[in-house]
Ligand binder design. Structure first.
Ligand SMILES: [Zn+2]
Length: 72
């Protein structure tokens, strides 16, 4: 007997994070607002914004970067 089925699975797609670096804009879906690797220079990049996939609300962390990325 296992009660695993009644437990809620962690939502692995809770946030869509938006990144911009080296002139490239990309999105990635994570369970948290975590960093990703730039596909061009492989640096660790903080998201300039994150969308909460439950509420659909976008939280902008770096408005200047968001502007560069053409997101605002
Ligand atoms: Zn880069």
């Amino acid at each position: 007997m296992s009660n695993r089925s009644v437990e809620e699975e962690p939502d692995e797609n809770a946030f869509t994070n938006h990144y911009f670096h080296c002139g490239v804009q990309w999105d990635d879906t994570w369970s948290c607002q975590c960093n990703d690797r730039c596909p061009v220079c492989n640096a660790e990049i903080e998201p300039y914004a994150s969308t909460d996939n439950e509420t659909g609300e976008e939280e902008v962390h770096a408005p200047d970067v968001a502007q560069l990325a053409g997101a605002v």
